[in-house]
Design a protein around this ligand. Sequence first.
Ligand code: PMP
Length: 359
Amino acid sequence: MSQELLQKLARPELLAMQGYSSARMEAAAAAIVLNANENPWAPVCDCDPDWQINRYPEPQPQAVRRRLAEIYQISEDHLLVTRGSDEGIDLLIRAFCQAGIDSITYCPPTFGMYAISAVIQNAAVIAIPLDASKNWQPDVNAIQKTKSKLVFLCRPNNPTGHTLTITAVSELCARLSNQSLVIVDEAYIEFSPAQSMASRLDAHPNLVVLRTLSKAWGLAGLRCGAVLASPDIIQLLLKIMAPYPLPIATQRLVAQALNDKNASLVNHRIERLLAERERLADALGDCSAIQKIWPSEANFLLLEVADADTLVAAAAQAGILIRNQSAQPGLDNCIRISIGTPEENTVLLNFLQSYRAKP
Ligand code: PMP
């Protein structure tokens, strides 16, 4: 990102602030480590002693960062390892939005955390809704007029399942190149045939991409994701991040998980999940309870039903949790179902096929 734009968008007090220098940043290893007020004894919990859980972890784990940069095909200085993409969203809003002054723009129906993180920071939230009749394409003119410092897009979008093209997002980045960061949340991109926007980072210095290991990689419980952006944005986020955000257990398990063998297992599971999604979509097409099935490029389906409240409650009674999306603009009586194992999907299907909405 150009220095000029960074100076214009980032919170000035954060640009001026000297970040905290943690003990682990000062020196990585030595025979005797007495610089962090840690406990010298072996941990009382049952884990591999090599993990050295009595010590503070690396602030940015080298092994994980290197491997994620390889997987996401960008250089390491363009990547920040975070506690899931939720943390990336929060860091970006805190780094760029002055409380009570700045705003974010987002395009509902979409993921709820952009607006929630903004409210927590007391940033204004401007909604420029997507319109199903316009193929869910964002209203670029309206977005540009908001003059928000941050614009959030989600591709594929949760919960609609549609994916904006690289060309459409690139055009938006170009239009907003002097006024906003365009943050593209790609939590579900591995399920889509579309390519990541990561390849466009150098072309668009105001582009930020969010990735996560919670979905396709199946590591939601470890809390690990990444912000991909120009190095000066990464440095600013690092400055405001907690000193030791990623627990050693997470670092070790993620580093272990991201090998080539597991990458092909993950790809195989993605294929199975997509096949299951198509099986469900086909079968639900004949189901009287379902009025519409939205095309999806993610690991979920969005369905329109006659009465979402009643159906979601009946599913819960039958031991199946699905998500009501009716509170989102344009999604009256819509529910989102995540694709489960083939067995779970069959149970869900049987439930929906036998479900009769009360007249
Ligand atoms: N972005 C989107 C679009 C999501 O749907 C979710 C989780 N449901 C997240 C981000 C948060 O993911 P993470 O586990 O990486 O924090």
